[in-house]
Write a protein that binds this ligand. Structure first.
Ligand code: B12
Ligand code: SF4
Length: 479
């Protein structure tokens, strides 16, 4: 890795290209919305910030959600972040670059869940979080001794880490780059969830002062937290919320319904600027919640949850999942009607997805009920397993029916009467979701938090014709 320059040996600058590959419907567009509606993903800025300063490395980041990957690009090393739905695309890009002699490193949730599979497609993989292992890998690479696998130490801690380097992505291509991450992991163990399966149940936390510094550095007025459960550790959450109060921001994030069992913490969240929360309500059935180890959700309590949030000016994006074993075809309308009746600001409906590596996957696999292992379909919108009390088509169509009911004009009017979101935001977000509900066969649902941040209605994408064969096959089957 040394370049001779006269008589002095100067280290050659290494070009590292980081790619976030996307499935066909996500590529270079914004899922259901136009590309300007996306918020900037944090994965690549985080990886870029971890590059050791002493190494002569030039980094280029490509988010396939907003731009194309140039297959003839020049690089000394390529790193790709992989989730299950993007694994086939990532593997095919990896094969291409490796055939050109460029070494490829893979990391991210899917690699952590299925390291042996990923290993076959890469020169090296990083299993788990990469705060320690990515810099180690880069030092090894620069020294010409890249190992095939780097595994996160159980002692990892997130203190004294660099702040994400958002300059590596074009900020103007996103709706906002004011995206933050305070914690990782979750103390719960829901059987369908990737988080405990991939990273265990020990929550990791960034120092509160780092989050505050990052928000101040960006002069953010509105912040999105991507933590899957911001209140996993309530003491930490309380410290974070306290620290946010003087910043006078509005923020949006994800939490469990348990927040409403702790009124002081909920009050603090509201005082700290919380204006919208995404909560996994999952189901109206107790046995189903028990079976998925999410019994801390109490469906009888959901109306109270909505009411408590609304009283504090917090809008609720309530997510339901269809496909549990005790569900019959009447579940779809019943759930959608509930969402409308109780004024959930933005209801969302997903299809139960047994992500590989999860308890749910192991259970369904043991019962011979996994119907496809095409990972591209593992996105919460396709049926990839045989439901217990309905057909694959009933589950697919029923989920679409729930969307259509919850976003019909009548339902919309009923829900909007009670919304906690400011009117312009509520109107635009609901209009966006209604559009999505009407075009379910053409789009992926993806923008988990964005609508609460207030989208720009001009940038909805035109229907995409670039659909994968599998998706066409599935839609035809459903039709
Ligand atoms: C923000 C987010 C999104 C955003 C942006 C996506 C993005 N690429 O950033 C949007 C809304 C677009 C989105 C969409 C979807 N998402 Co999403 N998303 C997240 C979320 C909440 C945060 C991601 C994040 O920024 N984390 C912070 C960064 C720093 O952490 P990280 O990505 O894990 O990276 C660390 C390590 O994993 C590792 N690492 C990661 N990549 C690499 C690569 C290399 C080379 C190396 C060395 C290391 C490395 O190093 C990093 C530092 O430690 C995660 C949950 C979570 N909290 O992780 C879900 C999550 C990634 N999403 C998930 C899913 C399922 C989806 C959707 C399919 C949902 C849907 N139904 O549409 C779509 C698919 C999108 C697509 N096809 O590309 C799942 C993935 C599960 C799986 N096995 O695939 C997750 C884990 C949530 C969950 N619990 O199920 N998502
Ligand atoms: S509470 Fe949410 S993040 Fe935690 S394990 Fe359950 S589904 Fe996953």
């Amino acid at each position: 890795m040394l370049k001779r320059c006269g008589t002095v040996a100067k280290p050659r600058t290494l070009r590292v290209v980081l790619i976030s590959a996307k499935g066909p419907l996500y590529r270079n567009r914004g899922g259901i919305f136009g590309k300007s509606l996306r918020y900037m993903p944090l994965t690549l800025p985080t990886l870029a910030s971890l590059i050791p300063r002493e190494l002569p490395i030039e980094v280029v980041c490509i988010d396939e959600g907003i731009g194309d990957v140039d297959l003839s690009l020049q690089a000394d090393l390529i790193g790709m972040t992989v989730i299950t739905g993007s694994a086939p695309r990532s593997y095919s890009l990896a094969a291409h670059f490796r055939s050109r002699g460029i070494p490829v490193v893979l990391g991210g949730p899917h690699v952590t869940l299925l390291p042996d599979e990923a290993q076959e497609h890469a020169d090296s993989i990083v299993v788990g979080y990469a705060e320690d292992e990515w810099p180690r890998l880069l030092r090894d690479f620069a020294a010409g001794r890249l190992l095939p696998r780097y595994v996160q130490s159980p002692r990892l801690d997130l203190a004294a880490r660099p702040l994400p380097d958002r300059s590596v992505l074009p900020e103007q291509r996103y709706l906002t780059a004011d995206v933050f991450e305070a914690t990782r992991g979750c103390i719960h163990n829901c059987s369908f969830c990737v988080v405990p399966a991939a990273w265990g149940r020990k929550p990791l936390q960034k120092p509160v002062e780092d989050i505050v510094a990052d928000i101040q550095r960006r002069r953010a007025r509105r912040a999105i937290f991507v933590d899957l459960n911001l209140i996993a550790d309530k003491d930490y959450a309380a410290r974070l919320f306290e620290a946010l109060i003087p910043l006078r921001i509005q923020w949006y994030g994800l939490a469990t319904t348990l927040l409403c069992d702790d009124e002081p913490l909920l009050d603090l969240a509201a005082r700290s600027g919380c204006r919208g929360l995404l909560m996994g309500l999952e189901s109206l059935s107790r046995p189903s919640l028990q079976a998925s180890h999410k019994a801390f959700n109490d469906p009888e309590n959901y109306p109270r949850v909505v009411e408590m949030l609304h009283r504090r000016g917090i809008a609720l994006q309530g997510c339901f999942v269809f496909g549990a074993d005790d569900e019959t075809p009447d579940v779809f309308l019943k759930t959608a009607q509930f969402a409308v009746q109780w004024g959930i600001d933005l209801p969302r409906f997903a299809i139960l997805t047994p992500f590989p590596g999860t308890t749910l996957y192991r259970e369904l696999d043991a019962q011979g009920r996994i119907v496809t292992r095409n990972w591209e379909l593992y996105d919460g919108q396709h049926v990839v397993f045989q439901p217990a009390q309905m057909s694959v088509q009933e589950l697919q169509q029923g989920t679409e029916a729930a969307w259509k009911h919850a976003y019909s004009w009548t339902s919309l009017a009923r829900r909007l009467r009670r919304t906690a979101a400011p009117w312009p935001v509520a109107l635009v977000t609901n209009w966006g979701y209604r559009y999505y509900a009407q075009h379910l066969d053409q789009f992926y649902t993806c923008d988990a938090l964005l609508p609460l941040a207030g989208p720009d209605r001009d940038s909805f994408a035109a229907p995409n014709q670039d659909i994968s064969h599998d998706r066409v096959a599935l839609s035809e089957e459903v039709a």
